[in-house]
Every structure is written in C-alpha cells, then in structure tokens.
Design a protein. Structure first.
Length: 410
C-alpha cells in the first residue's frame, strides 16, 4: 500500500513538472470574439477554465438531485421510524393482551394499527381487548375497521366476532353473524362447527342438523363428532314431538334410512309415539327393530309401551327369554307387561328375578308398588325407599334409563 502511494506521488509530481515545462515552452493563444467583445488568453488558462466550469456544473446537478430526493428520503426515514415504533407497540400490546391487561392492550394495539405491518391483526386483537372490557360497541367498531383495512379477510373477521359473542353466551347474535358468513362461504368448516354449537345451545335442532350434515360432507371434519351431532339432533327432534304423533312420524319419514337402524333413534321415535298416545305404533316400531337386533334400551322401552293388545305384547317379549333368560332388563320389561296384561303372579316372578339379578331403581319402584298393592306394606315401603335413594344417586348415570316411579305401571 505504501509503495503504491509513493509511486502515485512520484507520478503526480512528474506529470506536474512536465505540465509546467510545457506551459513555459509554449503557453499557446486563444482569441474569442463575440459581438463587440473579445477575449484573449492562453491555451492552458482556457483549458483550466473549462475544467472549472465542468466541475461547477457537475456540483450544481448533484445539488439539484439531492434537493429533489431529500424529501422522499426523509419521508422514507420517517415511515421506517413509524413502522419500527408500531412494531414495538404491537409486540407490547400482544404481551399486555396475553397477560390480561385489556385496557393497555387495546390502547397499544389500536394506536399502532395504522403503521403496523399487519393492521388486521392489530384491529382484531384490539377488538378482543374491547370485548373483554365489556365494550360491545368498541369491539364491533374495531371489527369494522379490520374489515375496512382488508376486505378479503371478511371470513376471519366474522369468525373472530362470532367467537367473542359465543364466549359471552350471545348465541342469537353469534348465529346471525355466522349465517351472514355462511351465505358467502357455505362450506366453511369453522363457521359450520360454531353454527352447530349455537344451534344446539338455542335448541334449534333443525339448524344443528343442517350444520352437522354440511360438516359431514367435508373431509376435514371429525366424522365421529359429526355422527354424534346428527344423532343427537334427530333424537331431540323426536323429544320435541312427544305430544304430537304426526310430527314424530314426519321426522321419522324425513330421516335417512340408514339412521333408522340406530337403536338410539328408534328409541326416541318410539318414546315420542308412546307419549303422544300411539302405543300401537311404538310397539310395532320396537318389535321390528328388536327382530333384527336385540338391544337392552329398546327392550326396556318395550316394557313401558302400552298398546291395545297387552297380552300379545307380553307373548312377544316372552319369546325373547329363550336367548336372554338372565337379562334383568328383559325380566323388568316382562314384569311390567304382565301387570298390563293382568298377570300379577307372572309380574311378581319376573320382577323378583330382575331384582335378584340387578336391583335397579326402576325395578325397586315397580316391585315396591306391586307389594303395596298386595298389602305387603313393609316390604313395599322398603323397596320404594331403595328406589328413591337409587334415583337420587344415579340420576342420568344409571345403567338403565330412569323414569318416574308412577309412570310405568298400568
């Protein structure tokens, strides 16, 4: 590096000495005449003057360029500063949000949204903070700002708002928001799942059935959960028709054939018919289902159904004893049917057999009432007390469906 500097210095000195010698030997002459004015100078001075003019022009052009671009550079610098500040404020806002400091989170996120890299996230997170503060109007306004900032994110904004409405139990408003979203995107999986939950909470079982059916068409859905939701929706429709046999039949006829083979739905339909006074229809439905597959819950219901031919119904159930002699559910059903057919001795035998195998609350209640009617008061009261204690502790968790004590016998 030093050698190069020395070489350059020597070369410059030599060139300067040569130039000075040339200027002394022959300075040259330049004569310029313009209008009535003339200019006389040496060639070397003229060359130096041209070089100075060129340098001045170059400086002037560079200055003009700097003046023209300085504003944009300053603006770019300011934008960068704002973006950096927004990034830091956004990060701080999300930390506040995660820590549950809703007011600080909202201020930081909303204030930084305009300069943030993804304003949509800022507005939605600020909406969540407003929601947690109980400011519904502020939440909705921030959701609108998020949508205005990114119109293509309509589904995301609608889902975020619906989720917040769900958290506060505003099921009607939540479903209204989802209906608007599904009108544009009818196969949106998250919206369908949330609509299913809303419909279930509102007791709108047709709406729940529609949502579950649409979910069943999507490969991304949990098939088992969807099937459970569909069965529950149909079961609840039958429950709603407990005093309307025509409505129960209409629901049964509208249900896909493959679902009619499910014991839970057959049970719901039969119970609806029986409650509406169509015991013969319920008996026929249960008998047809049990002919193809034995099911304890259907057998239990068969024992409670009251058709117009109790003797024939008893005879039908007795034929099942050949393969299910030790089934306490079947012997309980036979005891009830025996009472309905006026066969008290059979009723005692079947109910005692059921009690010995599994003293369920239903069995205790039936057998206790039978003992009371026979004048065996002490035994009857003891069995009824046992039944009441069993109903109190088992409730919905009992192995067999629980029913009111006075609702089973004829």
């Amino acid at each position: 590096m030093k050698l190069r500097l020395v070489a350059f210095t020597l070369t410059a000195l030599a060139a300067g000495a040569l130039l000075g010698w040339l200027m002394q030997q022959d300075p040259g002459y330049v004569f310029i005449s313009l209008a009535n004015r003339t200019l006389e100078t040496s060639v070397w001075f003229g060359l130096f003057s041209l070089l100075a003019l060129w340098a001045a022009a170059a400086l002037l052009v560079a200055g003009a360029r700097w003046a023209l671009t300085s504003r944009s550079r300053i603006a770019t610098w300011r934008r960068g500063r704002r973006a950096l500040h927004a990034e830091r404020a956004t990060a701080a806002g999300f930390i506040e949000l995660l820590e549950g400091r809703w007011q600080n989170a909202r201020q930081a996120l909303e204030g930084a949204a305009a300069s943030a890299g993804l304003p949509l996230l800022n507005y939605l997170a600020a909406a969540r903070a407003a929601h947690e503060l109980g400011d519904a109007a502020g939440r909705d306004a921030l959701c609108e700002q998020a949508l205005s900032n990114d119109p293509k994110a309509g589904a995301a904004v609608a889902l975020a708002r619906a989720g917040m409405l769900r958290d506060t139990g505003q099921w009607q408003e939540c479903r209204a928001a989802l209906d608007a979203l599904l009108a544009d995107a009818p196969r949106h999986p998250s919206a369908l799942m949330l609509k299913l939950e809303c419909s279930q909470r509102l007791g709108d079982w047709q709406g729940a059935l529609d949502a579950a059916t649409q979910l069943g068409k999507l490969k991304s859905a949990d098939a088992a959960a969807v099937d459970t939701a569909i069965v529950e929706a149909w079961r609840q429709r039958f429950a709603a028709a407990h005093h309307d046999a025509a409505a129960a039949r209409a629901a049964w006829n509208a249900m896909p054939r493959k679902l009619r083979r499910l014991p839970a739905l057959t049970l719901g339909y039969a119970e609806a018919l029986n409650a509406a006074g169509d015991g013969d229809g319920a008996e026929a439905t249960l008998k047809a289902a049990l002919k193809s597959r034995y099911d304890a819950n259907l057998v239990e219901c068969y024992g409670r159904v009251r058709g117009t031919q109790p003797a024939e119904q008893l005879a039908t159930a007795e034929r099942w004893l050949a393969e299910h002699r030790n089934d306490p559910v079947l012997t309980l059903a036979l005891g009830r049917l025996s009472l309905a057919a006026g066969e008290r001795d059979k009723a005692f035998a079947h109910l005692e057999a059921s009690f010995d195998a599994a003293p369920t609350p239903d069995c205790c209640a039936e057998l206790g009432r039978l003992h009371l009617s026979a004048g065996q008061l002490e035994r009857g009261r003891a069995l009824l007390e046992q039944a009441l204690a069993g109903f109190a502790t088992a409730q919905d968790g009992a192995a067999y469906p629980a029913h009111r004590i006075g609702g089973a016998s004829a």
